[in-house]
Design a binder for this molecule. Structure first.
Ligand SMILES: NC(=O)c1ccc[n+]([C@@H]2O[C@H](COP(=O)([O-])OP(=O)(O)OC[C@H]3O[C@@H](n4cnc5c(N)ncnc54)[C@H](O)[C@@H]3O)[C@@H](O)[C@H]2O)c1
Length: 294
């Protein structure tokens, strides 16, 4: 999994609900060193002021948080300049103006908003990869976060377009950086309750949709951990020959043709095959009895 003692840059920390935070935590639990990035000094301050109330002072003090606006090339260059050797980067960043790029109508003439959303949510991965790969002399892994780009969901409009472009960019970068042994992949997650998700109009509708299409139970809060697990897998040693891919961690929703029938919906608790267990126990007892009789 994660290489113990190696450094990973995790970009896109807003608060402890962020996928970036869940991923960074997991890397640290596995013995990796994490450098987080927040968008700017102001958001870094907000993280400490009110974005991490659930952390102890000791935990806060242990966090290495730098800032980097991914649309400013110099900030990305400076972030990686003195960072030394790194083993991986997580790009957990997206934005599109919810007033113009998300909502009832796809069409908008707010072209600057469309360009801004594309720059932050897609193009920035290429900027990050360019400056990060120089610091991976032994190869490494870059992972970005996507969302169901093969389907059109209501209200997701230009962000859906950005995610489709992001996944195409993942393939292009995987092709370019493969010779340096640097892998580039995306993890496509089901809906999770974070600040970015809350700015998607009618996010609750999306969460309800998942209940109807996901063959595995999907929990928009707790399954962030499962997404982080997959990101860590894609960063580490066990995915060494995977590049250019989008891996779905969405409860299986992306593979289903239409809503689940009532009898197909996931059970609320883990099914216990009572009859099968009782039969197995009876057989074991009979076998024991036979061995005593012999
Ligand atoms: N939450 C979900 O349901 C979900 C599902 C699938 C994929 N994703 C993706 O996961 C990623 C992380 O989102 P999240 O849900 O953790 O929300 P989040 O709001 O916690 O994280 C988004 C981050 O992007 C950062 N960001 C925006 N513009 C930036 C810029 N110019 N420079 C640097 N950083 C910038 C924000 O500051 C924030 O830290 C995004 O790419 C998102 O699209 C989220």
């Amino acid at each position: 999994m994660i290489e113990k003692g190696k450094t990973y840059v995790v970009m896109g920390l807003l608060n402890t609900d962020s996928i970036a935070y869940a991923t960074g935590k997991m890397i640290e639990e596995m013995g990796g060193k994490v450098i987080y990035t927040s968008q700017n000094e102001r958001l870094k301050k907000i993280f400490f002021d009110r974005g991490c109330e659930d952390l102890s002072q000791e935990e806060k003090d242990a966090m290495d948080i730098r800032y980097c606006d991914v649309t400013i090339e110099n900030e990305v260059r400076n972030l990686f300049k003195d960072i030394g050797e790194i083993a991986g980067v997580v790009h957990s960043i997206a934005f599109a103006n919810p007033k113009t790029c998300l909502g009832d109508k796809v069409y908008t003439n707010s072209f600057d908003d469309i360009k801004q959303g594309f720059h932050i949510s897609c193009v920035s991965l290429a900027t990050v990869a360019e400056f990060a790969q120089e610091h991976m002399p032994r190869g490494g892994s870059i992972v970005t976060l996507s969302f169901a780009s093969q389907l059109a969901f209501p209200y997701y409009n230009w962000m859906g377009v950005n995610k489709a472009a992001l996944e195409a960019l993942v393939r292009a970068l995987a092709r370019e950086y493969g010779r340096e042994h640097v892998r580039v992949n995306a993890v496509s997650a089901g809906p999770l309750t974070t600040k970015a998700a809350k700015s998607i109009p009618h996010f609750a509708h999306l969460a309800r949709t998942w209940k109807k299409i996901s063959p595995l139970p999907w929990d928009t809060i707790n399954d962030k951990k499962e997404v982080a697990n997959a990101v860590v897998f894609m960063l580490g040693q066990y995915s060494k020959k995977i590049t250019g891919q989008t891996i779905y961690v969405d409860g299986g929703a992306s593979s289903m043709g239409g809503e689940l029938l009532p009898q197909e919906r996931p059970l609320k608790t883990m099914p216990i095959k009572k009859k099968k267990l009782a039969k197995a126990r009876l057989e074991r007892m009979r076998a024991l009895q036979r061995s005593h009789e012999q």
